[in-house]
Design a binder for this molecule. Structure first.
Ligand code: CS2
Length: 489
């Protein structure tokens, strides 16, 4: 039986595998991370690992899961250690990361989570809770006060379920204890993610205690960030292959690409690690970087995911190799999305777009189109719809962007081109299925889906937008995604 990766077996790793260069027993917690999933472990935790390796051991991470115990169950027996497998066509490098020193599961141990958030040593609370974790209305960015978790947490402020509820409870408790507040660091793919989080946190506080809301305004920092690293879900094949190379069993290694980027507004309430030494870019205003990433990378990613899945391509790299996909994305990036972006002095958007398509072609990641297709109602507003709004305002075409929207519509119809059910994962999946039940024509489906709140009022009222999206949907229904995309070859 292969030994498990943990503090005791760390020293047995092959010399080719990087491991913590610091004494893990000397690490103290400085960060609580809400949403300790694969992306956090490949991105923020890897940057923090570099800071710890540089000698500043005051920034250990307490990883909190707000829903599932799976990450804790996998990593706690490993003392929080896991392997990061960085891979591309050129090969693989392995690094065992030790930055996560404790794992908690909020539904099982809420008091421990609240204590960690209230710990004076906690100076940053970072989050990767996915778009739906913000409990906001995507079209407006405001708190969704009808959200079930928000309603629960307003009624039970001392036993929250949502990240928002935990944050406000901790801010209140720290203030009552005379402790300095922490910095709230959003690491999700949302425009102005810090400002969006501040807005929903403040509103949630205001619904309970207007004075606390005013305190939050003045004392708690919510810097916005842009985060970028492609991280496919770990497969059993990854577990077996990485464990073999380690010579130790790792229950949840993470596969990722060599590219990584983190751009952060340098506004912290209570200190921060020297992340610039790890390659983080600190800026005054992160919005240009966020928009660039959301519209060029994520908008293309979602378009490729829906069209690729419908055309029968299970992975991003397989879709990129199919006729028409690369030219379609090149045109979407360079001719439709890039012109909507604010100038970034000295930044070559064409080169950046080319690098994105190179990253999508990475044959070693096997990033599933189905994984990217998840939660489309929470993603397409900032990835496609806002870009289309900018194009409409400029009186410019948005044919490829509209095809991305139509492909999402075709996908959420719930059956693929062979008539097989599609496992649509989305907070609105049930509502969409109910609304679309029995509908088959492009006009009917488009009209129903445009009635979802995520499109706002303006786009459903724009005849050209409705006609363009509906025509694309009709073609997808008539000839199939592969044939539609092949026309762009
Ligand atoms: C992807 C993102 O799953 C998805 O929605 O588009 O996770 C993407 O891989 C990252 O934003 C890349 O930085």
């Amino acid at each position: 039986m292969t030994a498990r990766l943990d503090n005791r077996t760390l020293h047995t790793l092959p010399g080719t595998v990087a491991r913590p260069a610091y004494d893990r027993a000397a690490v103290t917690p400085g960060i609580v991370h809400l949403g300790v999933g694969a992306f956090h472990r490949a991105h923020q935790a890897a940057y923090v690992e570099a800071v710890l390796n540089g000698g500043d051991t005051g920034w250990g991470i307490v990883g909190v899961s707000l829903r599932s115990p799976d990450t804790r169950d996998a990593l706690a027996p490993q003392d929080g250690l896991y392997a990061l497998s960085v891979r591309d066509a050129g090969g693989e490098t392995l690094q065992v990361v030790g930055a996560i020193t404790r794992l908690l599961v909020a539904p099982e141990e809420p008091a421990a989570v609240q204590d960690a958030l209230a710990d004076p040593r906690t100076r940053i609370v970072s989050l990767t809770i996915t778009e739906k974790g913000y409990c906001h209305r995507p079209a407006s960015g405001e708190l969704d006060e009808e959200n079930a978790d928000i309603l629960h947490d307003l009624a039970h402020p001392d036993s929250p379920r949502s990240a928002i509820g935990y944050l406000v409870h901790a801010i209140r408790r720290r203030r009552q204890a005379g402790l300095a507040p922490f910095t709230v660091l959003s690491c999700d793919n949302l425009p102005n993610n810090g400002a969006t989080l501040a807005r929903v946190v403040r509103r949630f506080a205001e619904l309970q205690d207007a004075e606390l809301a005013r305190y939050i305004d003045g004392a708690v920092a919510f810097p916005s960030t842009m985060v970028d690293r492609i991280v496919p879900a770990t497969t059993d094949g990854d577990r077996a292959a990485v464990s073999e190379r380690l010579g130790l069993q790792d229950a949840w290694p993470i596969a990722t690409e060599p590219f990584t980027q983190w751009v952060v507004e340098d506004r912290f309430a209570n200190g921060r690690p020297a992340l610039e030494t790890a390659g983080v870019t600190f800026v005054e205003d992160v919005e240009p970087f966020e928009l660039m990433k959301l519209r060029l990378l994520n908008g293309s990613h979602s378009t490729l995911a829906y069209l690729g899945y419908l055309a029968g391509h299970q992975t991003v790299d397989a879709a990129m190799a199919a006729p028409g996909f690369e030219p379609l994305l090149k045109g979407l990036m360079e001719e439709e999305a890039a012109p909507t972006l604010p100038a970034l002095p000295g930044f070559d958007l064409t080169a950046y777009a080319g690098e994105l398509r190179q990253r999508f072609r990475n044959p070693a990641l096997k990033h599933r189109t189905w994984q990217i297709a998840m939660d489309g109602t929470q993603k397409i507003p900032q990835r496609l719809l806002n870009t289309i709004r900018a194009r409409i305002a400029a009186g410019a075409a948005y044919d490829r962007l509209a095809l991305g929207v139509a492909a999402w519509m075709r996908y959420v119809m719930g059956r693929d081109e062979a008539g097989q059910p599609i496992d649509v994962r989305d907070p609105l999946a049930e509502e969409i299925a109910r609304r679309l039940d029995g509908l088959a024509s492009a006009d009917e489906v488009a009209q129903v889906l445009l009635g979802l709140g995520i499109f706002g009022e303006d786009l459903p009222a724009d005849p050209n937008f409705v006609q363009t999206v509906t025509a694309h949907l009709a073609r997808l229904l008539d000839t199939g995604a592969g044939a539609v995309v092949a026309r762009y070859a």
